[in-house]
Design a protein around this ligand. Structure first.
Ligand SMILES: [Zn+2]
Length: 497
């Protein structure tokens, strides 16, 4: 029995403690990046490409990204040759493509050296902050395919650990003195919705990007004279000559972290390997994170549906946050420092939370900017489902510590850029995550366990590999219950559902 264990968290800023950012709205764009004049680099290729597995010549059903990366760990610099095979599955005839280039939201980080379309230099494109718009020389009909080839270098920015009023981006990308984190680090074609390309402006906190599912082949080698760091990634790497090859299919985004100091523990959940990378002296917390994630995979596989891949990688991070990516998540070093060898702590339930994103983000994606509750409320409530199945005496502790201690209020269905009178990030988490968990618990009590889990499984099935909206959520829900939930909807939601 582990009931009655209360952990006093230290006062530093954790993901779900009282972090706050500025009270004022962010100023327009991140950094003004002048529009680049298209340039063609006719010099010798930056790197010699590895023997790349050629995608099928028939039209692929998903975009295919091949990224050949030379990592110069000592100089905190990468050179990248990227190839994108993009099948037009939008149902529309396209005259342009929009790519998210998040590294270009920083100054002097992203340097484009070559951009080609179907093997010819792209003549008409505009790179403005995080947005790269490429005008197609000929329109791309539905089911047509276009190939982009992009060469660039990245000079990593330093990760600013402390949130401050001047901080605009929640910074996972960049380096610290012992870690280099590559997230949203390559140009990718954003999804297309009813109103065109979906690329929101970054916000102070939270995640603003939306992803289509895609296939990835990432080849990484170290610069010749460079240090050889350990690489933790969205997929497990296989040696391929001088390269290490990572293959990740039907995924939202490929992330990796490199360090010369990583230690690793591994466990498994059935056929799924769970790898935990952490810094020296945190072995017990690193192992606990892996064990919690493995338990979470077992629980969520049973409750929601199968885990989609062969591995899950956890990385201890030098920023005060947790963050999910495909087959991969970061956990703040703060959670490791406060780990107390029990299961009643942030390390454990945030491990469960980030693991749940492998269902609610990875398999069923949504617009994280307009409807962040769709994945965050489900992942917050998944923490409850995790404790219920693995350590039910801790449920009361979890409600008290995670939810009620903050007396959350606010509507669940607010967008990311909602402004509050004070403590914006805390108020946002309270509404979206914590009231979201309360809503799902009330909903479950109203319709019963059988309908609740049948609904979640069906929602996963119907939207696996796609993006769901709140309307989709409620449409599937009503296929599983006739219960009147109108009072719950008006209590928790500002919109009509
Ligand atoms: Zn989350």
């Amino acid at each position: 029995m582990r009931s009655g264990i209360f952990l006093l968290l230290s006062a530093f800023c954790l993901l779900f403690s009282s972090c706050s950012s500025s009270n004022s709205a962010p100023t327009a764009a991140l950094h003004a990046i002048p529009t680049l004049t298209p340039t063609v680099d006719t010099s010798t290729p930056i790197i010699s490409a590895p023997d790349t597995a050629t995608p099928d010549t028939e039209t692929p059903s998903l975009p295919h990204y091949t990224l050949n990366v030379t990592l110069d760990y000592r100089r905190k610099r990468l050179t990248v040759e990227e190839n994108i095979l993009y099948p037009n599955t939008t149902g529309e005839t396209l005259s342009d493509l929009v790519l998210a280039v998040m590294p270009n939201a920083w100054t002097s980080v992203f340097k484009l050296t070559r951009l080609e379309l179907n093997d010819a230099p792209a003549k008409n494109y505009k790179l403005d902050g995080q947005r790269l718009t490429v005008t197609l020389p000929a329109s791309l009909p539905p089911a047509g395919t276009v190939e982009l080839s992009i060469a660039y270098s990245l000079s990593l920015p330093e990760i600013q650990e402390e949130l401050s009023t001047t901080k605009i981006l929640p910074q996972f990308f960049g380096y610290t003195d012992r870690q280099q984190n590559l997230v949203n680090w390559y140009p990718f074609i954003v999804p297309r919705g009813a109103d065109g390309w979906i690329l929101h402006d970054p916000w102070y906190f939270g995640e603003h990007l939306v992803y289509d599912a895609a296939d990835f082949e990432v080849n990484i080698k170290n610069a010749e004279e460079g240090i050889r760091p350990t690489i933790a990634a969205s997929a497990f790497g296989e040696p391929h000559g001088e390269w290490t090859r990572f293959t990740l299919n039907n995924a939202r985004t490929f992330a990796f972290s490199a360090s010369t100091e990583f230690q690793r523990s591994a466990t498994n959940a059935g056929n799924v390997f769970v790898y935990s990378y952490y810094f020296p002296t945190y072995e017990s917390a690193g192992e606990a994170a892996a064990l919690a994630a493995a338990d979470a995979i077992e629980v969520f596989s049973q409750r929601f549906g199968p885990y989609p891949r062969e591995s899950l990688t956890i990385v201890m991070s030098d920023f005060n946050d947790g963050a999910e990516f495909s087959g991969f998540f970061f956990l703040s070093k703060g959670f490791y420092r406060t780990y107390d060898s029990t299961r009643a702590n942030y390390l454990t339930f945030i491990s469960a939370h980030e693991t749940a994103h492998q269902w609610w983000f990875e398999q069923v994606a949504s617009d994280q900017y307009l409807e962040p509750w769709l994945d965050e409320a489900l992942c917050a409530y998944s923490e409850h489902i995790f404790y219920e199945q693995t350590d039910s005496p801790l449920l009361e502790w979890w409600w008290n510590t995670r939810v009620d201690a903050y007396t959350p209020h606010g509507y669940v269905d607010i967008p990311l850029d909602t402004t509050f009178e004070d403590e914006e990030y805390r108020q946002y988490v309270n509404a979206v995550y914590l009231r979201g968990a309360r809503f799902l618990d009330d909903l479950r009590a109203r319709i019963g366990d059988e309908a609740f889990f049948a609904f979640l499984q069906d929602y996963l099935n119907q939207f696996n590999g796609r993006r769901a909206t709140a309307d989709d959520f409620f449409t599937v829900l009503r296929q599983h219950t006739d219960a009147d939930i109108s009072d719950l909807v008006s209590e928790y939601f500002q919109g009509q559902h």
